[in-house]
Design a protein around this ligand. Structure first.
Ligand code: 5AD
Ligand code: SF4
Length: 440
């Protein structure tokens, strides 16, 4: 059977889709990138905001048209929406299969069941599933850079967030299996790994002798075992990010100098309502530590605007914290109320839609200015770029990222995908830096 898979949402979903494809390949399925030759369509979904779910409903309408021409096709929803909506998804007969993030090992059996005409569902969450023995099928990969999952789940319980309900309890993966996966990637000529987890700073592995490996020591082991590889990680959490991690980053040249540290709001009052567990002063303290221990390190963030009870003053606090922190990059969102979260159960989603839109526009405009200033600072500097592919606009140009996670495009000449190239930035567009190769 031919399997087609679409992925929405975060890096963890990208990684999970690779696990799901690997499990199915082991069971005789082949992967296809062409939806029209598929016998089974899986869509790996996100529930984090309502519009992420709306997109998936739109895709299901498209799949329904495909089913009209090919009635035996199997359509499955996997991931966070599967976990959130469970059997409700089966009700209108639009899908045959519903599988939550911890149940992918059961996919082959469930698909058989769906083939026999019986709706199939497994949304059991687990306290220990890590898929650590499964070598992810890097089907959509550029062959250069790969995600390596180090944790699953989240125990933080931020008031707005659906993730603890869809991905279950926080758990860490055995470091030996992480290092083994990275070793295999290296053998396949990968050049960069990104260690991923909902909150990597909570990584915690207990050895049989009761000693503990925390995130800083895991990062150090990854860096020292693989000097020829670049290492990145995501996502950090302000409450949990330690100076120890920053010092390890400073110590190893192959750990990229880029940190994604979601602030969510610049107002301590809103952060408290969000149950984030830190104040704006604490957040500033963490940014100060990054700038001190890792001068020049890139910092990116996530911001939610229009959370319950947010006033104009709170919004101004967010803008001033952004200006103070000088983020290089940000993901910015309007608050979207999610069923069963603490906020939905206890607060009123009381900021009107037009105000949310207006505040978001102001936040985006400010970030555009900060991002432009950040790129301005890069002019004439030389960066090591890991080439990931061709520029979207021209095959005569290559595209890659520097340690700061910024995209740099430069003339191809004799360089190839997977090369590390020294590039001087000569100008920038709104999203990209343009450079020229520097001879060493
Ligand atoms: N509404 C809007 N944005 C949200 N995020 C998480 N939950 C919500 C929500 N209910 C954002 C946060 C988080 C990022 C992954 O998504 O900023 O860091
Ligand atoms: Fe979306 Fe969060 Fe699930 Fe990732 S973990 S897919 S961001 S809901």
């Amino acid at each position: 059977m031919k399997l087609y898979i679409e992925t929405y949402g975060c890096q963890m979903n990208v990684s999970d889709s690779e696990v799901a494809v690997s499990i199915l390949k082991e069971n005789g399925f082949t992967h296809t990138g062409d939806i029209h030759e598929a016998d089974i369509i899986l869509v790996n979904t996100c529930s984090v905001r309502e519009n992420a779910e709306t997109r998936v409903w739109g895709r299901l309408d498209v799949f329904r048209q495909i089913r009209k021409k090919k009635p035996e096709i199997i359509i499955g929803i996997i991931g966070c929406m599967a976990e959130r909506l469970k059997a409700k998804l089966l009700e209108e007969g639009r899908v045959d299969l519903v599988v939550g993030p911890d149940a992918y090992r059961d996919l082959p059996r469930l698909i058989k069941q769906a083939e026999s005409g019986k709706a199939a569902i497994n949304v059991q969450l687990s306290c220990d599933e890590m898929y650590e023995d499964i070598s992810p099928a890097r089907y959509g990969s550029n062959g250069v850079s790969a995600f390596v999952s180090i944790m699953r789940g989240c125990d933080n319980m931020c008031a707005f967030c659906v993730v603890p309900f869809t991905r279950g309890r926080e758990r860490s993966r055995d470091p030996e299996t992480i290092l083994q996966e990275i070793f295999e990637l290296k053998e396949k000529r990968f050049r960069e790994v990104t260690l991923i987890g909902q909150n990597v700073d909570k990584y915690n592995w207990k050895n049989s002798d009761a000693s503990v490996i925390n995130f800083a020591s895991l990062l150090e082991r990854v860096a020292t075992a693989n000097p020829e590889l670049r290492a990145r990680f995501s996502t950090s959490y302000p409450q949990d990010m330690t100076d120890e991690v920053l010092h390890i980053m400073a110590k190893y040249q192959n750990i990229c100098k880029s940190i994604h540290l979601p602030m969510q709001s610049g107002s301590t009052r809103i952060l408290e309502l969000m149950r984030r567990g830190y104040t704006s002063e604490w957040y500033m303290g963490r940014i100060t530590a990054i700038k001190k221990i890792l001068p020049g390190c890139a910092i990116s963030t996530d911001i939610i605007t229009g959370f319950c009870g947010e006033t104009e003053e709170d919004h101004k606090d967010t803008l001033s914290l952004m200006t103070w922190a000088k983020f290089d990059f940000a993901f910015m969102f309007k608050y979207s109320e999610r069923p069963n979260t603490f906020a939905q159960r206890n607060y009123k989603d009381d900021v009107p839609e037009n105000i949310k839109a207006q505040r978001l526009a102001e936040i985006i405009a400010l970030q555009n200015k900060l991002s432009a200033e950040s790129k301005q600072q890069d002019l004439n500097k030389v960066f090591e770029v890991l080439v990931e592919g061709f520029s979207k606009k021209s095959k005569d140009f290559l595209s890659g990222r520097n340690s700061h996670n910024k995209v740099i495009v430069f003339p191809k000449k004799n360089y190839s995908i997977g090369d590390f190239v020294q590039v001087r930035v000569i100008r920038s567009t709104s999203a990209t830096l343009i450079g020229e190769v520097v001879k060493k």
